[in-house]
Design a protein around this ligand. Structure first.
Ligand code: PMP
Length: 468
């Protein structure tokens, strides 16, 4: 049966593509194809499937962009958004003005968050949440009488967003060319991923190396100068990189010892992707000082982000020794947008009612196991991930890393996935997957089956010499 999202006439495919090619500059567009792009125009969606403007159906293993967690077409969310839009679509959230859904959502987030993270600052998405968290860290140390503590630790391969500061924190060298990123007070530690299948090091030795590196960086910069450490629990866009066991607790401890605030960027790992509302404590055993979240907060139905802040930090901000009127000069026109907050409230209720986190804990290991079977292919270098975030790393035999040939090969795999009715996210030589959390075992089998077929076809092309 056709997905419900397909109901109604699909807009004409050809004219749409022409307008897109002439007028749109897509986020993260390949600039060499600007003006001639043949975009995939998604026009409908239902469950874990989407349909394009030519009527082709795909299983969405990208989850929109890591964000569509409860699946498409959930009437509860749509109804909540419509009802709020009718009642009161918008009013300013600035200063001492509030709205009901934002108040309710802040209280619910505080209840879900670990430790004393009871204070919520809403933003428009993940980048603005990360940016805001760094500003809060600066404000906190200034309030504590240590304004010189302003340097920020991030990591190579991190992705924290696309505002200029969040992009400065991001750690892919290729994304950094031609821009003028902040490098006076932003520092990148070593990328923390550990791949036990391919690493010559044991997990313990890898962990020791990472911690030694972090301690050395702290000593070099001076702990008295460092405001915060910003870290994804599992690095998402950088290639689904999972740190070795013990990394989270040990880095948390290092930060505590040096009075460096620990900001856990759970924009991807929050809201169920690793089987819990927040992965920091329930998956990795740490209580950070701040958590940034977005994406799955509304299941992608509305743009919204948030910084969850500890009472310790909030109390310090409230006690700012400012002779004038201290103002927290951070916030956006759409901070705590009532329609977005209504979507988030309905999303949390649905996640609880359907025990989405329990479902992810159930099917997540099956997803990883099914994908790991693909390691039998000679063009698969690695399969890694955690619950419902994973990636397949492609390689021309004998060649490793994001070389031009490996990237071309991954693109070929991606194209065959698409032809077979599966959307994965191509990045360098990786095919990244983060399906809606409601995916079941049959859906996982379909993803693994189409991916296996795509790998076999790409391998045949490689043998035939038709991959660049
Ligand atoms: N942090 C992480 C870990 C992310 O993966 C992303 C987006 N992929 C962001 C921040 C930025 O979020 P947004 O695109 O909503 O600004």
């Amino acid at each position: 049966s056709a997905p419900a999202g397909q109901a109604g006439a699909a807009p004409a495919h050809g004219p749409l593509l022409a307008k897109d090619a002439r007028h749109a500059l897509h986020p993260w567009a390949d600039l060499s194809t600007l003006g001639k792009q043949d975009a995939l125009v998604i026009t409908g969606a239902q469950g874990v499937e989407v349909v394009d403007s030519r009527g082709r159906r795909y299983i969405d293993a990208i989850g929109g962009m890591w964000c569509v967690t409860v699946g498409y077409g959930r009437e509860e969310l749509v109804e909540a958004m419509a009802a709020q839009a009718r009642r009161m679509p918008y009013f300013t959230p600035f200063g001492d003005v509030a709205n009901e859904p934002a108040i309710e959502l802040a209280a619910q987030l505080a209840a879900l968050a670990p430790g004393d993270l009871n204070r919520v600052h809403f933003t428009t998405g993940g980048s603005t949440a990360v940016d805001s968290a760094v500003r809060i860290a600066h404000l906190y140390h200034a309030a504590m009488g240590r304004p010189e503590k302003h340097h920020v630790l991030s990591r190579v391969d991190a992705y924290h967003g696309s505002t200029y500061l969040a992009a400065s924190l991001s750690g892919k060298e290729a994304d950094r060319v031609r821009f003028h990123y902040e490098d006076r007070w932003v520092h990148h530690l070593e990328s923390p991923g550990h791949d036990p299948d391919n690493s010559p090091l044991s997990a313990d030795d890898r962990l020791t190396g990472l911690l030694d590196g972090m301690e050395a960086a702290i000593a070099r910069i001076g702990p008295e100068n460092i405001a915060c450490f910003v870290a994804e629990p599992v690095l998402a866009s950088g290639g689904v990189l999972v740190p070795p066991p013990g990394y989270h607790r040990a880095t948390r401890e290092l930060c505590r010892r040096h009075d460096i605030l620990y900001v856990s960027d759970e924009v991807v790992t929050g809201f169920g992707r690793l089987g819990h509302f927040f992965a920091s404590q329930d998956r990795f055993g740490i209580v950070p000082d701040m958590i940034t979240t977005a994406k799955g907060l509304t299941s992608g139905y509305q743009p919204l982000g948030a910084v969850l802040i500890s009472d310790r930090i909030a109390d310090a901000l409230a006690g700012t020794a400012d002779p004038g009127k201290p103002v927290f000069s951070n916030g956006f026109t759409y901070s705590g947008h009532p329609v977005a907050c209504a979507a988030a409230l309905a999303n949390i209720e649905l996640m609880r009612r359907e025990d989405i986190c329990g479902h992810v804990r159930d099917v997540g290991p099956y997803f990883i196991d099914r994908l790991r079977e693909l390691r039998g292919s000679p063009i698969v270098h690695a399969v890694r991930g955690d619950h419902l975030m994973a990636c397949v790393e492609c390689r021309v035999p004998g060649e490793s890393g994001p070389t031009p040939r490996n990237m071309a090969l991954a693109q070929r795999v991606d194209a065959y996935c698409e032809a077979g009715g599966l959307l994965v996210r191509p990045y360098e030589n990786l095919c990244i997957m983060s399906p809606p959390l409601v995916v079941d075992r049959a859906g996982i089998d379909r993803i693994a089956g189409i991916m296996a077929g795509a790998l076999a076809r790409a391998e045949a092309d490689l043998r035939a010499g038709t991959v660049a």
